[in-house]
Design a protein around this ligand. Structure first.
Ligand code: GRF
Length: 203
């Protein structure tokens, strides 16, 4: 599996993938880490791991389609056929999604379909849920939407604020995202209608 990881920020999910690969537990070839922000720490993590790192500033393009077309070209140039969004804060257009059909994944820090959007953990805490979590899913054209691959449930400690909850959820993101990618690498994911089925022996 030839992977491009898209980040806008810290890249701790990227790091979790790189670490899992270093442990020999993730059969992924990291071809490119791409960011819309030149100062994203995720780009430094990529360079430290010897993975090509590239920034493409979305503000240099007239519209989303033009930005997406530039990203598609860069991803293809680096030989990637699969894309993992990991804290990437831009919405993708069909121009992008149609270039990698069924092969764009995202992680969201809430139990979808609850609490989509940029502040999923905070919104869940503010709502007063007692079970929070995170979701890895295939990306479609709606934000934080598409067939679910794996979720983790995270109990909310009484009185936990959004920040504390986000930190707890993040540790589970770091477990389930590499797992989802390993299933994809092992060709164990099948789309059945809008449901993802996982084939083969349980991991
Ligand atoms: C994660 O919580 C991810 O789910 C969200 O943005 C955060 C990115 O964290 N969409 P990192 O950049 O992987 O550290």
């Amino acid at each position: 599996l030839n992977l491009a990881v898209l980040v806008s920020g810290s890249g701790s999910n990227l790091q979790a993938m790189l670490d899992r690969k270093a442990q020999g537990l993730l059969d992924v070839d990291f071809r490119l880490v791409l960011s819309n922000k030149a100062d994203a720490y995720g780009l430094e993590r990529a360079r430290a791991a010897g993975v090509p790192a590239l920034a493409i500033d979305h503000r240099q393009f007239p519209d989303r389609e033009a930005f997406d077309a530039a990203m598609v070209a860069a991803i293809r140039d680096h030989g990637a056929d699969t894309v993992a969004l990991a804290g990437f804060m831009r919405l993708l257009t069909p121009t992008f999604l149609n270039a990698f059909p069924g092969r764009v994944l995202n992680i969201h820090p809430a139990l979808l379909p609850s609490f989509p959007g940029a502040r999923g953990q905070r919104d869940a805490a503010a709502y007063g849920v007692t079970i929070a979590g995170c979701t890895v899913h295939l990306v479609d054209e709606q934000m934080d939407h598409g067939p679910i691959i794996i979720q983790a449930a995270v109990p909310v400690p009484p009185g936990a604020d959004g920040e504390a909850l986000a930190a707890r959820i993040l540790t589970w993101e770091h477990r389930i995202y590499p797992q989802a990618l390993q299933w994809l690498a092992q060709d164990r994911l099948r789309l059945d209608g809008r449901h993802v089925r996982i084939h083969g022996p349980a991991a």
